[in-house]
Ligand binder design. Structure first.
Ligand code: CA
Length: 523
């Protein structure tokens, strides 16, 4: 008996040492930061956010711990949001120059941050030279190579080409004619666009409006997604492609058949999604259960794909309003999604608790560098009809260890301690306490446990080792605390049933809105 115990202790010590070495390692967080370019940072005083402005704020972005920035479209466009493009190989003059873009990419790379562009190829602007040439040819009754680039039909359709009997498709209105994605010439041009920006150091693309590519025809959409992904990977095997398919889980899963890296996790996002509902109701158990199911469903369709969980984006009302301006609930929401497997996406200003709802312009209000000094801010989008409700900008939150901003920083840095959180397999672990979101993520022989107390007020105590055994039937020799956010108490940083110094050494106590990340032996 004594010999067995000594052997176990020795093994445990060995394991403990190995874990301790591993545990200090920090990798890229894998977190993406979405920047609505015109509203982020203005470098030249014209009130419009620009590329130099973003480059000037890279220290801030680096301190947040993200490893990728997604820029909303930067190309010339008649619209403030730039989602109707006039020239895919150019930079909008109000955003800067190609040299400014190269500067941003270079400076970001020095900090280990990649740059991802919005690729808007469902449609162009109706002012795009391709579309204008096609319409002119129709008016003159002449041939043009661009007639095949859009979806023209004679005699009827969504929008008429002025002075003709020809009509065209436009999923987003007359000013955004849909491209004909079956055209070889269009696909060749898209390949050129991807190659051009890859030659300028772009490491990822966010595909806009995927569900409108072939509205309702999932197989055609998946085929086109596969074409885009294969083209992007041929140019750069590390290129990351994430698609915006704002639709049902069923359709999203059908589109994962393309093998695309990620599709945004719309089923869990927004007001009705399990993440914000979990934060609102103080119940974490539903998040673990739903995400286990969702991640498994993705992997079943496409084993190498990964979720891109998020709360809201530039098309969705800000988290603040949905969570009643409650900063503690906003911290819970952050804990519930920033430690999920995949590549989470933070919408700029979410880390501050910025508000904005109603018309789209309100969801894209200026990044609040300071609530006191408006000269530091961009102008709001022209038609915005709400003011920013948040009163603590970056300048104030930066120095407050308890601020939402510092909670986001801590969470993203915590995530970076566990590389398996990118590609790992997730297993929900029920604890009997519905406030707790408890799950295991395992990848390539490495394994972590994530435990979040989603209740904003009530603390919770859990014997992690017993709970793990109850949920899985597997005995854990121990668990190493990698880190925590909020107020978390453990009996040392090594939880073990064999330790003699305390009888309850598997226990973790989490105050409301707290979380802990633990490393264990892979199952
Ligand atoms: Ca500017």
């Amino acid at each position: 008996m004594r010999r067995a115990f000594c052997l176990l202790t020795a093994l445990l010590l060995l394991f403990s040492c190995a874990v301790a070495e591993e545990g200090t390692e920090r990798s890229a967080s894998g977190v993406t930061y979405e920047i609505f370019v015109g509203s982020f940072a203005d470098s030249d005083g014209d009130g419009i956010g620009d590329l130099r402005g973003i480059a000037d704020k890279l220290d801030y972005i680096e301190a947040l711990g993200v490893s990728n920035i997604w820029l909303t479209p930067i190309h010339p466009s008649p619209s403030y949001h730039h989602y109707d493009v006039l020239d895919y190989d150019a930079i909008a003059p109000e955003f800067g120059t190609l040299a400014d873009f190269d500067h941003l990419v270079t400076e970001a790379k020095k900090r280990g941050i990649t740059v991802m562009l919005d690729l808007v190829v469902n449609h162009t602007s109706s002012e795009h030279p391709w579309f204008k040439a096609a319409c002119e040819a129709l008016r003159r009754g002449e041939e043009s190579e661009y007639l095949d680039w859009y979806n023209f039909t004679e005699g009827g359709g969504a929008f008429v080409v002025t002075d003709t009997n020809w009509y065209y498709e436009g999923s987003f209105g007359y000013h955004m004619p849909d491209l004909n994605l079956d055209s070889d010439a269009v696909r060749a041009e898209i390949a050129n666009i991807i190659a051009f920006w890859q030659s300028h150091g772009v490491k990822g693309f966010r595909l806009d409006a995927v569900t409108s590519y072939y509205s309702g025809a999932d197989r055609s959409t998946a085929d086109f997604l596969r074409f885009v992904c294969e083209t992007a990977k041929a140019g750069d095997p590390e290129c990351y492609v994430v698609g915006e398919a704002w639709t049902t889980e069923q359709t999203i899963l059908a589109l994962y058949a393309s093998g695309i890296d990620s599709l945004f996790g719309f089923p869990a996002a927004d007001q009705k999604g399990v993440l914000l509902q979990g934060a609102l109701n103080g119940r974490g158990v539903g998040v673990a259960r739903f995400e286990e199911h969702y991640h498994a469903a993705i992997k079943a369709v496409s084993p190498h794909s990964l979720d891109a969980p998020f709360l809201t984006n530039h098309d969705i009302a800000r988290v603040r309003g949905m969570l009643r301006s409650d900063v503690t609930e906003m911290k819970v929401a952050a804990m519930l999604y920033l430690l999920l497997p995949g590549r989470p996406v933070v919408y700029y200003g979410e880390e501050l608790g910025m508000g904005g709802s109603g018309i789209d312009e309100n969801k894209r209000l200026p990044m609040l560098w300071s609530a006191e000094d408006e000269t530091l801010l961009c102008n709001p989008p022209e038609n915005a009809n709400q003011k920013q409700k948040l009163k603590q900008g970056v300048d104030v939150q930066n120095d407050d260890p308890d601020s939402l901003l510092n909670t986001y920083r801590d969470l993203i840095h915590l995530r970076a301690l566990a590389p398996e959180l990118e590609h790992g397999i997730m297993t929900a672990l029920d604890t009997g306490n519905d406030a707790l979101c408890f799950f295991r993520v395992e990848d390539g022989g490495r394994c972590v446990l994530v435990l979040v107390n989603a209740d904003a007020q009530e603390s919770a105590t859990l014997d992690v080792l017993k709970a793990y055994f109850a949920a899985t039937g597997e005995v854990l020799m121990g668990a190493k605390v990698l880190g925590s956010v909020g107020d978390v108490t453990t009996h040392g940083d090594w939880l073990s049933p064999l330790r003699s110094d305390t009888p309850k050494s598997g226990e973790v106590t989490l105050a409301g809105a707290s979380c802990v990340l633990l490393r264990v032996d892979a199952p």
